[in-house]
Design a protein around this ligand. Structure first.
Ligand code: GLN
Length: 544
């Protein structure tokens, strides 16, 4: 959680941990996710990790897939010390080939690439000369299973002392196991949903073979995390952090409040482009509801003043809002620091809270190729000039769904836990064209109605992100027999599981009719409503 290496109680010290070594497959992080869903803690590290530099011992190791061929000169290889850890190892795809290569130099390019669905036949060996443990990987699974493949290389023959535990028509060594050691390899990907029973296989490996405890739950994480924050910050240390009303910053703030109470200072900067009534609502929820020590700074005028005259340059808007945010946050931080210092709260502000999640960490450590240097995680502590704050990142090990579960666990209202993402530059990038107080009013009111109707129709959780945007054009309309020349609202709603690709949400006509009627009737200055039917790609989720 602390980026300076001073972490007192990292989760891999408390929870049995399966280490995933990443060879650069686009699915590597899914292995970690699936294990966590099974309540087994898992962490991912690049395949180049030197095991002697690891300060902890995993319960088992999984070697991921990867885009290379093990027989290439420049192919990445796992530190051979992995076999001396004396813990079970499972190789997936490239990982299988890596084990085969290290034990027998027996991998070559296949005649046929195999990509997509395949049917696997499990070979069971009973208690025979392999002692029964080789059957454990497929324990409880049917003899024929559907799996998903993505490979071009294949094993020419098994390495010594390995036996076949599964085959497909194209891959005679689709699964292998060492006769006496807990070493396994599979050619298919159990971590993707296209392998319907893949999760059970991972469970067999983690729980039955590695004997990992299944105690990774958010209930247990809360206790350990609070202890960890206290140990890190000490009895006097003070922490400052920005909150936005979104789930990540609220959960992080609540965790800090539980751990150190008033010594955590939350700051909400009202930039004038938050949603309708948002600053007020966040204040209520965080202070009255969650007991967080919060300072709200209304800097709307400063933000709107600087946005004046910026007509159609989205990057410029983002930059102005980003820089002004840092400026306001820094001023506030200094003020809070002065007040805190010398008061009976004692201790200076040394820490900056950041709501970094595990996907950001994975992004910065995942293996990008033999020659790519591993970049360290971006440290914003330095952004606060002259304050020399150390970063504290209590959500650094968590995936988004875990953050939501943690939020529920900490008593954060459901509404907030399931809130759609909202961009830092807020409504400013949903107002195409110049951002003025009047345009903000229109965009806000329309957005409020749209979201209110989505909630009333029970659709909020089915939709990943929805908002109203204000287009920089005027159209003609007739309202009350009078010709009007007013603005156009564009509604956008998308479904997505990862925000990398997205589909527009197929509302029914009656719903859209109702929203359109309400917006035109209730929001002054709007005479038309359109619905954005662009997927991502080619569109983006936001409009600017
Ligand atoms: N590059 C290897 C192959 O083509 C491994 C592929 C993978 O791990 N998905 O067989």
């Amino acid at each position: 959680m602390a980026t300076d290496g001073s972490d007192p109680i990292p989760p891999h010290n408390t929870f049995d941990t399966i280490l995933v070594l990443d060879f650069g497959s686009q699915y590597s992080h899914l292995i970690t996710r699936r294990l966590r869903e099974l309540n087994v803690y898992s962490e991912m590290l690049p395949c180049t990790q030197k095991l002697s530099e690891l300060s902890w011992i995993p319960k088992g190791v999984i070697l991921s897939g990867g885009p290379y061929s093990v027989y290439w000169d420049e192919a990445p290889h796992v530190d051979p010390a992995v076999y001396d850890l004396n813990v079970p190892i499972l190789g997936i795809c490239y990982g299988l080939q890596e084990i085969a290569w290290q034990f027998g130099k027996n991998v070559l390019a296949g005649e046929k690439r195999e990509f997509g669905h395949a049917y696997l036949t499990v070979e069971r060996h009973g208690d025979g000369d392999a002692g029964g443990h080789v059957d454990t990987l497929f324990k409880g699974l049917e003899d024929d299973m559907e799996v998903w493949m993505s490979h071009g290389d294949k094993l020419s023959h098994l390495p010594d002392d390995f036996i076949t535990i599964a085959t497909t028509s194209n891959a005679p060594f689709a699964g292998m196991a060492h006769k006496s050691k807990p070493l396994y390899g599979i050619q298919f990907h159990p971590e993707v949903t296209h392998t319907p029973k893949g999760k059970f296989l991972l469970k067999n490996f983690a729980v039955d073979i590695c004997k990992a405890r299944t105690d990774w739950t958010m209930g247990k994480f809360v206790d350990q995390e609070i202890a960890r924050i206290r140990a890190l910050v000490g009895g006097k240390g003070q922490v400052i952090g920005a909150v936005s009303g979104g789930v990540d910053s609220t959960v992080a703030a609540k965790l800090m409040q539980e751990a150190i109470g008033e010594r955590f200072h939350a700051v909400l900067v009202d930039n004038g482009v938050l949603r309708l009534n948002e600053a007020k609502q966040v204040k209520e929820t965080l202070t009255a509801g969650l007991g967080i020590n919060l300072t709200v700074v209304d800097a709307s005028e400063r933000f709107l003043g600087r946005l004046k005259g910026v007509m159609d340059d989205p990057e410029k808007k983002r930059k102005i809002i980003g820089n002004t945010f840092i400026e306001v946050f820094q001023e506030t931080a200094k003020k809070i620091a002065e007040e805190a210092h010398g008061s009976d709260k004692a201790g200076e502000i040394e820490w900056l809270l950041q709501g970094t999640l595990y996907p950001d960490v994975i992004e910065s450590i995942s293996f990008k190729g033999p020659s790519a240097t591993i970049k360290t995680h971006h440290n914003v502590g330095g952004l606060l000039e002259g304050m020399h704050l150390k970063l504290i990142e209590p959500l650094r090990e968590l995936f988004k769904d875990e953050v939501r579960e943690l939020g529920t666990n900490l008593g954060i209202p459901e509404d907030l836990v399931w809130r759609h993402p909202f961009p830092g530059p807020g409504i400013a990038i949903r107002i195409l064209g110049e951002v003025t107080a009047e345009q903000v009013r229109i965009a806000r009111e329309a957005d409020y109605i749209f979201i209110e109707e989505i909630k009333a129709a029970g659709l909020y959780r089915n939709i990943s992100q929805a908002f109203a945007a204000l287009l920089p054009v005027k159209a003609v309309g007739v309202m009350g027999d009078k010709r009007v020349h007013d603005q156009v609202i564009a509604l956008r709603a998308v479904e997505t599981s990862d925000f990398m690709t997205a589909d527009w949400y197929p509302f029914d006509g009656a719903f859209l009719k109702k929203v359109s009627r309400r917006i035109v009737n209730e929001v002054n200055g709007v005479c038309r409503v359109v619905y954005d039917i662009t997927s991502k790609p080619p569109g983006t989720i936001e409009m600017e």
